[in-house]
Design a protein around this ligand. Structure first.
Ligand SMILES: *Cc1c(COP(=O)(O)O)cnc(C)c1O
Length: 419
């Protein structure tokens, strides 16, 4: 008999965005004429830039010739892209990486989910809370997260990031962790980490022999020159951190699929008998076995982001989204809402009003209650913060990825509804 991996059964079967879709569809069934604006899901809306699509067309034409055809590529990615990554994302920040430390992938979701294969099943993990759900769920599936009790996994250490602590997570002192997931700029809160604070994390990890999995998917949205783009800007991070990058939010690659992971050669983890093992060769082995590379066309597309035209065009789209973010921040603030993020990230994290806390019997969650009231009152979709973790309760997330028109229209409606 084939026995199922029962860890899968521990996962709540409601996926956040499926739940949202269900509620939006229920609303639409009653109000078939209402036109609903979604500022909920974290997908981009603006088309790929010309530098990227031209590179893709060229790659397709190459593939149509006998000389230019490419079959299986290197599992780690083509050198043309890995070199462009080193030269553009790291060297200008004084970070010297080796080409073998870059692993091109089909997006950061795969690797942030797969990376936990490198550590023993009984290692314990710590996460900032709220958080991108992939980190925890991928650990649940392998049995590392324990069981779910009142919205918390028994073997996960949660580090709350809430308005009361300025969204700065406290390092775990009384609970043991082996691996910590950090994501900056943060999804869902849109908050960033200062260089000093990140240095404290790196030193903490080095002191306690902890691995950091650092998700930098939104690094391109940083405008403040004091905010670090990469954890390797901090001395010593090569010995304790793996970093994930994605072109999805940087250049609208959510449908193209390309990103990369950095696994420094200095990075090691322990064995039970006290030896140290380098993780870079292990990840290389893992990828060579389970991954067959990202398409040549996607990698040529990614390379084009680093050309002067590509950089300028990508910057324009990011500026477009950030203009939305700034408009949302100021107009929501003007209504008296408490809003965070949105300065160096395409997300606005908003505290739900006090009034959402009463009427506990019907819908105990202020996040969900505000979501529904906004949907029915203003026909605008946001994401309930509690879907990202227990400390997200009492918040909702708005994304800046809408079109200018949709964003402005949503704000007009929220203003009208608010009055
Ligand atoms: C969107 C996102 C990703 C990556 O997405 P891919 O499309 O798989 O590259 C990774 N981490 C966070 C926090 C994200 O929001």
């Amino acid at each position: 008999m084939a026995l199922v991996n029962e860890h899968f059964l521990k996962l709540p079967n409601n996926y956040l965005f499926a739940d949202i879709a269900k509620k939006v569809n229920a609303f639409k069934a009653i109000h078939p004429k209402a036109d609903v604006i979604s500022l909920g899901i974290g997908d981009v809306t603006q088309p790929l830039c010309p530098a990227v699509t031209e590179a893709m067309h060229r790659a397709v034409d190459e593939m149509a010739t006998t000389q230019g055809f490419r079959g299986y590529g290197p599992e780690q990615g083509y050198d043309f892209l890995r070199e462009a990554i080193l030269k553009n994302d790291f060297l200008p920040r004084g970070i010297h990486l080796d080409i073998d430390e870059i692993f091109v992938n089909d997006g950061a979701k795969s690797d942030t989910g797969n990376i936990q294969e490198l550590i023993r099943w009984d290692n314990s993990i710590g996460v900032t809370d709220p958080i991108y759900p992939v980190y925890i769920d991928s650990n649940v599936m392998i049995g590392r997260a324990g069981i779910l009790i009142n919205g918390r996994w028994s073997n996960v250490v949660y580090m709350p990031c809430v308005a009361e602590n300025g969204f700065v997570p406290r390092m775990p002192e009384n609970s043991h962790v082996d691996v910590i997931y950090l994501c900056y700029p943060n999804n869902p809160t849109g908050m960033v980490i200062s260089k000093e604070e990140l240095r404290r994390w790196v030193n903490y990890a080095l002191r306690n022999d902890i691995l950091i999995f650092y998700d930098a998917a939104y690094e391109a949205y940083i405008t403040d020159p004091k905010i670090p783009h990469s954890i390797y800007e901090i001395k010593g991070a090569r010995k304790c951190a793996i970093e994930f990058h994605s072109y999805s939010k940087t250049a609208g690659f959510t449908g193209v699929r390309c990103g990369y992971t950095v696994v420094p050669k200095d990075l090691t983890a322990g064995t039970l008998d006290g030896k140290r093992v380098a993780l870079n060769p292990l990840w290389n082995r893992r990828q060579s076995t389970k991954f067959n590379g990202t398409s040549y066309i996607s990698q040529r597309a990614a390379e084009a982001i680093y050309t002067p035209e590509g950089k300028e065009q990508v910057r324009k789209t990011i500026d477009y989204y950030m203009h939305n973010a700034h408009t949302m921040l100021s107009r929501l603030r003007a209504l008296g809402y408490e809003v965070y993020g949105g300065e160096n990230a395409p997300y606005i994290w908003m505290k739900t009003p006090r009034s959402m806390e009463k009427g506990k019997q019907e819908n105990a969650s202020p996040s969900w209650r505000f979501f529904e009231e906004l949907l029915y009152g203003a026909h605008v979709v946001c994401t309930p913060g509690v879907g990202f973790g227990p400390a997200g309760e009492g918040y909702v997330r708005f994304t800046a990825f809408g079109s200018r028109e949709a964003t402005e229209a949503a704000l007009d409606r929220i203003e009208k509804w608010h009055k």
